[in-house]
Ligand binder design. Structure first.
Ligand SMILES: Nc1nc2c(ncn2[C@@H]2O[C@H](COP(=O)(O)OP(=O)(O)OP(=O)(O)O)[C@@H](O)[C@H]2O)c(=O)[nH]1
Ligand SMILES: [Mg+2]
Length: 188
């Protein structure tokens, strides 16, 4: 079975850092396959897509997972559409910096609109919220971020992606959610 997991969120929230760290951590465990593919602009912003493949075997059944990030910049909107197509689960990477509160929310709303065009409801898909940059002195308390960034009331993870903190937690959390979602639908 093939699964698609997409990391979305505002530009500079830390999606690329999260997924790169995740790749390194999974590679050490022997769970990541092949290379990490990335395309960036000269300013290190994600231009197109970053992705890698991973597979896990549970009870004799192997799940192939494709892990992707979306480019956060608004001018790259059309690419975001292609990336979320057929998604099975999402990680919402939130920039905890107090000045980024509004942009986090706008990107969530825009992602919901993109998915709606494709017949998906963001608020019903498996999602994990990852509050990133918890190391910043300007980080808002999670209690303040929750009402804005977690309309799912879903499990959240606090992270410092640059140090690899919280990265495996958000990933294992979304994998569990995606698998239990399939189990509920009776397709696993
Ligand atoms: N202090 C701090 N900085 C972080 C953290 N995570 C990422 N950063 C920094 O934030 C900047 C942006 O990180 P990226 O991972 O490139 O952000 P992105 O979400 O992929 O950005 P786009 O590709 O433009 O959408 C980089 O300079 C990172 O080093 C964190 O947890 N704490
Ligand atoms: Mg990026």
């Amino acid at each position: 079975m093939k699964l698609k997991i997409v990391y979305f969120g505002a530009s500079l929230a830390g999606k690329s850092t999260t997924v790169k760290k995740l790749y390194e951590l999974l590679k050490v465990k022997g769970i990541a396959k092949g290379e990490f593919v990335s395309m960036e602009t000269d300013e290190k912003r994600t231009l197109f897509v970053e992705m890698f493949l991973s597979s896990i075997t549970i009870d004799g059944q192997t799940f192939e997972m494709k892990i992707l990030t979306t480019p956060g910049q608004f001018r790259l909107h059309p690419l975001r559409k292609a990336i979320v197509q057929g998604v099975d689960g999402l990680v919402f990477v939130v920039d905890s910096h107090r000045e980024r509160e509004k942009i986090n929310f706008l990107v969530m709303r825009e992602t919901a609109a993109v998915l709606k065009e494709q017949g998906f409801d963001l608020y019903k898909l498996p999602v994990v919220v990852q509050y990133n940059k918890r190391d910043l002195p300007e980080a808002l308390p999670v209690d303040e971020l929750e009402p804005v960034c977690n309309p799912w009331g879903t499990r959240f993870v606090e992270s410092v992606a640059t140090e690899g903190i919280g990265v495996l937690e958000s990933f294992s959390s979304i994998v569990k959610k995606v698998l239990s979602n399939y189990a509920e639908k009776g397709s696993v």
